[in-house]
Design a protein around this ligand. Sequence first.
Ligand code: NG1
Ligand code: MG
Length: 460
Amino acid sequence: MSVEICEVPKSRKIDEIEKWFSEIYNKRPEFYIRVPGRVNLIGEHIDYCGYGVCPMAIEQDIFLAVSPENSQKKLFLHNLDPKFESYHCPLINDVQIELSGTAPKWYQYFLCGVKGILETLSDKEKDKIRGLEVIVSGTIPQGAGLSSSSALVSAAALATAHALKIKLTKEELANICAASERYIGTQGGGMDQAIAFLAQEGCAKLIEFEPLRSTEVRLPGGAVFVIAHSLSSLNKAATGDFNCRVVECRLATQIIAHRKGLDWRTIRRFGELQKALGITLDELTALTKEILHEEAYSKEEVIKELNTTSTELDEVSLTPNTQHLQSFKLYQRALHVLNEARRVEKFHKACKTSAGGEDSLVTLGNLMSQSHQSLKDLYECSHPQLDRIVELARGVTLGTRLTGAGWGGCTVSLVPPENVDKFVDLLIEEFYKPLGIKEGFQSLVFPTTPMEGARIYTPK
Ligand code: NG1
Ligand code: MG
């Protein structure tokens, strides 16, 4: 199925964007693109290991106003947030994404999406390419684990595909965007781009990979998901932390594969290893505990285990920003991934079998709490401010965990409806005010419901 094309809804936000568009480009936009952010309910740091995850789209979004531009064959980008500089570049065969080694520029995420679509064109089709004039506006907090980056990449790809009249299904778009966001330097797994396109109003989704597919997850009634910002944020592309975890999972997988007589060079994810060995998740967990040791592995030891050289290891398994690492915690990372994959299965099952009963809500909450504990202790991607929210949430929520990549960003809590106000007030008084925040609490802690995925809006 391709992305739905709808009539432009009446809203003040759209009037405002249209006004800016006329002022800047001296014409009216030809179409609009909306791509939502997401909150991941459970299944953290396992998409890039090939395991299923359970996110839902949120109300906050990236919104584009777009018009094709034929005279200069250029891409013009203007962001309504004044802290983001305007940008333009030629749009001929390809676009260049030159990373400087520090945090990427905002428009480089846009370029990832454009590049992903241009790469689908054969040489013969390249003369289809036209320029684009774009206004970008966004309400997803950045670096907060709510997927502002993938919403921007996905919106850019959808705008480019629509302007160039390239027909793609939602799944194809999601796969293209997952691959092209890696041009920014992080080795993400594809959950964010998948939910951006495949989200459905009113339900979360079980997203599974290879092949990419999604299943509705109806959440039991009688519970509300509340997002809370920890006031710490991280640009994943600016540090090596995220890729370090991806690589630790890869090395753990490859060492087990090698010990089991498989070609480690061709196996990169736990999901692939499990398939190749033809065993269950529990059996793979037992095998992991048997083969890996708890002390961190030195690079030398990994090289020895795999019977390889430093050069080959760098090429096959590491990324440019992880080649300098000398120590890898393989046992802990692996156990998090395999246990978290089990928790996703249990979460999905509890949603399927629940008739809205309280028991299943307790189960879901417990799974979320366990997920946080594991991200904190085994995966070491939490942050003291995230842990503080989790601490405060105990007793008022059924379960609270960090959501998204971590190291800062947001938490998501499962809250009984009668406790929502109490929880919000508690965080305002005990968390935000002591940190010096005096206003704007509604954008820091808020309930959320599952929203629809990406849409194209065209005027009648
Ligand atoms: P966020 O939290 O949006 O940076 C990242 C990855 C996901 C997934 C989560 C952790 C990208 C684009 N996204 O998301 O694929 O691995 O971390 O579960 O890299
Ligand atoms: Mg992101």
